[in-house]
Design a protein around this ligand. Structure first.
Ligand code: FPP
Ligand code: K
Ligand code: ZN
Length: 516
């Protein structure tokens, strides 16, 4: 009797072939941890259940030619090696998601998409451009529900188009005209006409205006006053006057302050002054530190559940306060955070989930995928290239994310756009953040530690830390290893502000003198 080889002791594991050596992909034979079990181990020998995953050992005739070239992690998934037998609502949903993704991931199902020279779907650039351009047209009635989030649509459209290489400055006059009635005289932007100012709307409007070159329409002094009214005595920021205090507020407020070069001193009538605070940055790093949870991840606010989207807000905000290698380890446990975020990359899909045991979703390609450049800068593996030679390594699987986005993320058919997962419809939010995540995976981002650092003694000087980034293209070898062609690569996206580098450089020049 043969001895069966298994990786995890689970009743529901897919059966292995009679000759276990032959049934293992070669990459798994060397180096993989193999556990030998005697045949009297109590497992049923003829289990055929594969938990809804459409690959079992008897459908080899359906395998696409490209399956032989699959990377080891995906081969392992095809063999259904990663399963436990605790069923929950989430685990069932996860299995269904895996089942619907797997044939698309392996390109057994091409969805009718044209393939690149490596057999992966091409980036559908022109279709995605058409899709995002439509965001600026008259929208169908169901969009009424986003009437309070109109600036997000402008930002997602502008940022996504920039990633695809569109020169978005052609939208300047149109955008300035549209957001003029959203600006309140008391400072900031609301989500729709007559709405009160809100941090998220002010953030997305500021970034969209920066990208099109329209920042000078903002009343900076009023913005400064309004942001001052959001600063709390525990160090954080509210999203709006009387609204919730969370880490989005911290990232949005510090982004606006930095891009517009507003004074770091709180306005005279800011209520946080009553607790002795003087600067927008007072107590902020400590407050972000309190958002790190027992999982290692970052929550919206202290004592909440960690979520990948808030990890980005926290890391980006800290990367504004000071250089990542200074501010991130100062306020966060980097090892625990890294472990938590790495655990959010799902297998076999290769994309990210937002939190433990939940589903892969393409928008987390940015919210989690965008954390790596910041974390890698914090631990010192993303410094500028030495003599043009890349020695950069990664804490995550770029290849996995790229494959998920190009296969499962792209909407097939005429319309284009990108989607959460194959069962979802495309939308501007997922298109924007899928492209930002694709950019994080396909390009290298470097932090220059010799650049200027924060001088808190001079509170009227802009925080310089977030302006020390640069980016470089991946090598031809890397593109080949990731199974992509040159034309599948998207533009650089600034790792902190999530718009093009050029827009950040122009804002830096425009408000160089500070003051009002
Ligand atoms: C859970 O939704 C999602 C959240 C609790 C946070 C979402 C926040 C953002 C996407 C970004 C915020 C950042 C800024 C700058 C405004 P869910 O339960 O539907 O999703 P899940 O199952 O994937 O967790
Ligand atoms: K979701
Ligand atoms: Zn999503």
């Amino acid at each position: 009797r043969y001895r069966r080889r298994v990786r995890f002791s689970s009743r529901k594991m897919a059966p292995l072939k009679d000759d276990p050596e032959d049934s293992l992909p070669s990459a798994l034979k060397d180096g993989a941890r193999i556990v030998e079990l005697a045949d009297d181990d109590g497992f049923e020998d003829d289990t055929k259940a594969v938990d809804g995953v459409p690959f079992s050992d008897d459908n080899s005739s359906k395998k696409s030619p490209s399956q032989a070239d699959l990377p080891p992690w995906l081969q392992a998934a095809v063999m259904n090696l990663f399963h436990d037998d605790v069923d929950t609502v989430s685990s069932t949903a996860n299995k269904e998601t895996t089942a619907s993704c797997l044939p698309i991931l392996t390109v057994e199902d091409t969805q009718g998409l044209p393939l690149n020279s490596h057999g992966l779907p091409n980036l559908r650039r022109s279709q995605h451009i058409d899709f995002l351009s439509n965001t600026f047209e008259k929208l169908p009635a169901p969009y009424q529900v986003v009437d309070s989030s109109r600036p997000w649509l402008f930002y997602w459209g502008i940022a996504g188009l920039s990633s695809l290489g569109v020169n978005v400055t052609k939208y300047r006059d149109q955008l300035v005209e549209t957001v003029t009635p959203l600006q309140n005289r008391t400072g900031g932007f609301g989500g729709g006409h007559g709405h009160m100012s809100h941090c998220a709307c002010s953030y997305s409007t500021t970034l969209a205006l920066a990208a099109v070159g329209g920042l000078d329409m903002i009343d900076r002094k009023a913005m400064w006053n309004w942001l001052g009214s959001l600063k709390q005595i525990d160090g954080g920021f509210r999203m709006a006057i009387g609204a919730e205090e969370d880490i989005r507020g911290a990232y949005c407020a510090m982004t606006i302050i930095t891009i517009l070069n507003l004074p770091l001193t709180l306005p005279p009538d800011a209520s946080a002054r009553s607790a002795g605070m003087e600067l927008f940055t007072d107590g902020l790093g400590e407050w972000i530190g309190r958002c790190q949870t027992y999982e290692g991840g970052i929550a919206a606010a202290p004592n909440n559940e960690a979520h990948g989207a808030y990890a980005f807000c926290g890391l980006a905000c800290l990367s504004i306060l000071d250089a990542p290698h200074i501010s991130i380890p100062k306020y966060l446990n980097v090892r625990e955070l890294t472990r938590c975020l790495a655990g959010l990359q799902t297998h076999p899909e290769g994309g990210f989930s937002g939190r433990a045991n939940k589903l892969v979703d393409a928008c987390y390609s940015h919210w989690v995928g965008g954390c790596w450049a910041l974390l890698e800068a914090a631990v010192g593996i993303s410094e500028p290239l030495k003599n043009g030679v890349s020695t950069v390594s990664s804490l995550w699987s770029r290849e996995g994310l790229i494959r998920y986005l190009l296969t499962c993320g792209q909407q097939p058919g005429k319309k284009g756009g990108m989607r959460d997962k194959p069962s979802a419809r495309p939308d501007a939010y997922h298109t924007c953040y899928s492209l930002a995540g694709l950019s994080a995976a396909q390009n290298h981002y470097h932090y220059d530690r010799s650049g200027p650092t924060t001088d808190y003694e001079d509170a009227n000087k802009r925080l310089p830390a977030a302006f020390n980034w640069s980016a470089t293209r991946a090598s031809a070898d890397e593109l080949a290893a990731w199974h992509i062609d040159e034309k599948d690569v998207v533009n650089f996206v600034h790792p902190v502000f999530v718009i093009p580098f050029q827009a950040i450089e122009e804002a830096e020049l425009l408000f160089r003198d500070g003051g009002f």
